[in-house]
Write a protein that binds this ligand. Structure first.
Ligand SMILES: [Zn+2]
Length: 330
């Protein structure tokens, strides 16, 4: 049978909010049956819209209280700090987290927890998001922070092991549904996105300079490209750049300018401005070079393999702009 935490983790966000509110209010009622000041019995507030318990004798009123806890994803260059806590069952690695002490700001709590649990200093604290956590009445408030100094050392009590991990070598991390996982997923996506964007900027350089060595770093050897110039697919950087070279025979000054891109973990959509003068030696689309210049915007989708290399290129719009530019199309 699933325990309450597991049940909670399997719920949708709406179900979670509802269940969490109920659980917190039940817990609050159960732990406030008697007045903390005089010990007399507590009664619900006369006004049912007021969620409060009032002491029948001295009038002391209590409202539900939430205890804030901070959770922070600390990064150092391209690595994330993960640690294994004694209170986790099994080997799950998670983030620095802890309750906010009285008199502390959230930022103070983050700095203190990083110091206490991991023996490091953090900076650039940014809000991520929050999640209600009714065990019993907590709210987890998530932040990102950067490593600022210190030698990583688990405290040995709450934390038994800690380390810096890159995206490719993560240990077992918390399940979906937890804020820790949401924060890690966001970091993973962001780190992939950064790498893909960097690869596309290099790719722009590669196709404009016909740099085969760079092409081999960026394009998968096994990537197959279907092109109108060959009845069979062309493979890898050689194949890709051979098409670019063919294009250059008709348009010696052809250039691609990366106008915009949207990247996620596996795909990048790029908007290129492609321009060139039709004054080369080779005909294009059955037309002889006529000295006309074209400028067109094209959109391509690039897929990346597990090694971070381009393994597919799909042009959403393409050749029509060139054909119009050189007068082959109206
Ligand atoms: Zn009282």
């Amino acid at each position: 049978m699933k325990n309450i935490r597991e049940t909670f983790r399997d719920m949708t966000p709406d179900e979670m909010r509802e269940a969490s509110r109920e659980a917190e209010i039940d817990e609050w009622r159960a732990s406030n049956r008697f007045c903390g000041r005089c010990g007399a019995e507590m009664k619900p507030h006369e006004d049912p819209s007021e969620r409060a318990l009032v002491c029948a004798k001295c009038g002391y009123t209590v409202y539900p209280r939430i205890s804030p806890a901070v959770i922070v994803l600390v990064t150092k260059d391209d690595k994330v700090l993960l640690q294994r806590n004694t209170h986790y069952r099994g080997v799950v690695w998670s983030l620095v987290a802890g309750f906010v002490d009285p008199g502390e700001s959230l930022e103070d709590a983050i700095r203190r927890e990083a110091r206490e649990e991991a023996s490091i200093e953090v900076k650039d604290i940014r809000y991520f998001g929050s999640q209600t956590w009714p065990f019993p009445s907590n709210i987890m408030i998530g932040f990102r922070a950067e490593y600022a100094g210190g030698e990583l050392k688990p405290d040995g009590e709450e934390v038994v092991e800690s380390g810096w991990f890159d995206r490719e070598h993560l240990p077992k991390i918390p399940r979906h549904g937890s804020i820790a996982r949401a924060m890690l997923d966001a970091w993973i996506a962001e780190s992939c996105k950064g790498e893909r964007e960097e690869a596309m900027r290099l790719f722009e350089k590669c196709i404009n300079t016909n740099d085969l060595e760079l092409g081999r770093k960026l394009i998968s050897e096994t990537a197959a490209f279907d092109t109108p110039v060959s009845p069979t697919p062309l493979y890898g950087a050689e194949g890709y750049l051979s098409v670019v070279s063919l294009m250059r025979k008709s348009f010696p000054d052809v250039q691609w300018k990366l106008l915009d891109m949207v990247a996620d973990e596996k795909t990048v959509a790029v908007q290129w401005e492609c321009s060139g003068t039709f004054n080369g030696e080779a005909p294009f689309a059955g037309l002889k070079p006529n000295g006309r210049r074209f400028t067109t915007t094209v959109m391509n989708f690039y897929s990346f393999d597990a090694d971070g290399k381009i393994c597919n290129d799909v042009a959403a719009t393409g050749i029509a702009g060139i054909l119009q530019g050189i007068g082959a199309l109206p």
